[in-house]
Structure formats: structure tokens, C-alpha cells
Design a protein. Structure first.
Length: 229
């Protein structure tokens, strides 16, 4: 029977070499899958699949499976938007807001956000809240911002729930209401929002047991309303 001549140290070095050699292969495999996904998505988009066209725009905007081309992404999002698809409309708003693949134009961005928001797009409602909160293309107005954030929050948009909680806690744009702030933080925390979890911990240190109980009750009621119960 053959006896191994490798010492423990040699075995360790050999194992490390195997791991190092395997890493590039794993990366190449992931890249190959990304290219395959892009090619399949492109074929479905060319066949008239709107969902695929939207996905293709995202792939170009992120450079997944294809060279990053934000200008082409804008063109594709535009084609989706022309079909009155709220996803494409809202993403066009994002591209114009941030100057990705196109010159910054807040007026155009607002127009697309409004069209998508009219179709109850939580993504667009959140972004309108941001535009009014930051004063981009419109006069800064925390009251209107809170209204848009609330609309998105009631559609279970986690970011809007967290921001709305902060607005209730500070009384910015809406009357201060700490139990409401607690309630919205509970909902966002349950969906894994780390910032909302921190806000919730901070609130718990400030609120009375009665306020916390009221916040929990309001969170339960809001959850039912969101679920359509």
C-alpha cells in the first residue's frame, strides 16, 4: 500500500492552492451565467416581452452580462414608459434626476414620476416624496413630501415607512406623533430595514409604556390596512 509523503504543512499548502485556483473559475462561471441571462433577456425583449425589455434596461444600466451603457438603458426605459408601464416611467425619472445616461432635468423627472405615481407606483411615490423633501425641481415642501411618503408607505414600501416614521418623530411635515413614529418603524423593521430598527430602539428609550402599547396597536392596524383586511 502506498504511503503519502505529504506532511501536514504540505497538505495545507496544497489545499490553499486548490482554493486559489478555484476562485477564478467561480468568477468566470458567474460571468458566463450573467451573459447567458442577458442574451436570453435580449431575445425575449426583441420578441415583444415588456417585462424582458424592462429587465434588459436594468442590465444595461448596471453592466450585468453586457458592457454598462446608461444612455442605452435610458432609451430602453423610454420604450417601456411609452407602453404606459409605471416601472419604466419611474426609472426614467430616476435617470433624469441623477443624470445617468442623460443630462439632469428635474422637470422631466417629475413628469415621469407623476405619471407613474398616478398608476399607484410606490417607487414613484417614494421618489416624489424625495423630490419635495430635497427641493429638486420644486420648492422644498415637507408637507407634500410626507403625503407622498405616506402613500408609498401604505403600499408597504419599506424606505417610505422608515422616512415617514422619522417625520412623525420630529414633526417635520406632519404633526409630531411618537406612537405613529413607533408604528411605522415597527413595520419597516419587520421587513428588515436596519435603520428603522435603530430608530425603533431609540424611540423605545423615550416612550412611556402606554405610548409603546399605542404604537404597537397602530402598527397592527396599519398592517391590516396594507394587507387590505
Amino acid at each position: 500500500m502506498l504511503k503519502s509523503c505529504l506532511t501536514p504543512a504540505c497538505c495545507l499548502l496544497l489545499s490553499s492552492a486548490i482554493l486559489i485556483a478555484a476562485e477564478p473559475n467561480a468568477k468566470e462561471d458567474a460571468q458566463a451565467k450573467a451573459v447567458q441571462h442577458f442574451q436570453a433577456t435580449s431575445a425575449r425583449a426583441e420578441a415583444g416581452d415588456v417585462d424582458a425589455l424592462y429587465e434588459l434596461a436594468k442590465l444595461y444600466s448596471k453592466g450585468l452580462g453586457v458592457a454598462r451603457d446608461e444612455a442605452h438603458a435610458v432609451e430602453l426605459f423610454g420604450k417601456v414608459a411609452e407602453k404606459n408601464d409605471a416601472r419604466g416611467q419611474s426609472m426614467l425619472g430616476v435617470m433624469y434626476t441623477n443624470g445617468r445616461g442623460v443630462e439632469i432635468d428635474y422637470a422631466v423627472a417629475l413628469g415621469w414620476f407623476r405619471k407613474a405615481a398616478a398608476q399607484k407606483s410606490a417607487h414613484a411615490q417614494y421618489n416624489l416624496g424625495y423630490m419635495y423633501s430635497a427641493g429638486k425641481g420644486v420648492e422644498r415642501d415637507p408637507v407634500i413630501a410626507a403625503q407622498w411618503y405616506r402613500r408609498a408607505a401604505l403600499q408597504n414600501d419599506t424606505g417610505s415607512q422608515r422616512i415617514l416614521a422619522g417625520m412623525y418623530a420630529s414633526g417635520r411635515g406632519i404633526p409630531q406623533d411618537l406612537p405613529q413614529a413607533y408604528a411605522w418603524n415597527v413595520l419597516a423593521s419587520e421587513r428588515g430595514d436596519a435603520a428603522a430598527q435603530k430608530q425603533l430602539v431609540a424611540l423605545q428609550a423615550e416612550l412611556s409604556p402606554e405610548q409603546i402599547a399605542a404604537g404597537k396597536q397602530q402598527a397592527a392596524e396599519l398592517a391590516k390596512a396594507i394587507a387590505g383586511e
